[in-house]
Design a protein around this ligand. Sequence first.
Ligand SMILES: [Zn+2]
Length: 195
Amino acid sequence: MGEESMRADGAQRSDGAPHADGAQRADGRRPADARDAAVWDAAATVMDPEVPVLSIADLGVLRRAELLADGTALVTITPTYSGCPAMDAITADVHRALTTAGFERTRVELTLSPAWTTDWMSDEGKEKLREYGIAPPTGSAPAGPKGPIPVSLSVPCPRCRSLRTRELSRFASTACKALYQCSDCHEPFDYFKVH
Ligand SMILES: [Zn+2]
C-alpha cells in the first residue's frame, strides 16, 4: 500500500479514505476509465432477483463502480425501495460477480440519497419489463406528496396493452409492485410502481 493518488474529482483512491460525494460523477453510467469500467461490467451482470430479465444496470440500481488504488473493487448501489428485501440478495450477488471477474477485494456500498426513482430505469429496461409481463412505470415520479392519482396515469396491460386496467392490491409480490388486472383480457399483472 502507500500509494495515494488524488482523482480529478477530489476523491482519494486509498483504502478507507472518504469519497467525494457523487455530484461530479456520472452516476448510473458506465465509467470512462477502463479499470473502473471493468468493475462496472462485472457488477452489471447481476440481475434483479425479482425481475430476472433486468440487470441492476437496467434498473438504475447500479450507480458507481471504481477500482481503488489498493485493488478494491468498489460498487455503489441505491435500493429501489428502502427495506426492499431484494437488496441483500443483490449485495451478495455483486460481491460474487466481482470475485468471479477476478477482483480479490470487493466492497459494496449502499447510497440512500438521492433516492432511487423509476426515472433511472433505462428505456431498454422498461421494454424488458413489459416483455416479462410486468407493466413498466409510466410517467415520472410525482413531485410532491401523494395526492389523487391523475387520470392520465393509466397503467397499460403488458399483454394486450389495453389501458382499461384496475388496481387489485397496492402491494403485489413485493412492496415495489402493485397488483393490477386488465378489464379487457382479464390478465392479472404486477405493476412496477412509480416513486
Ligand atoms: Zn389485457
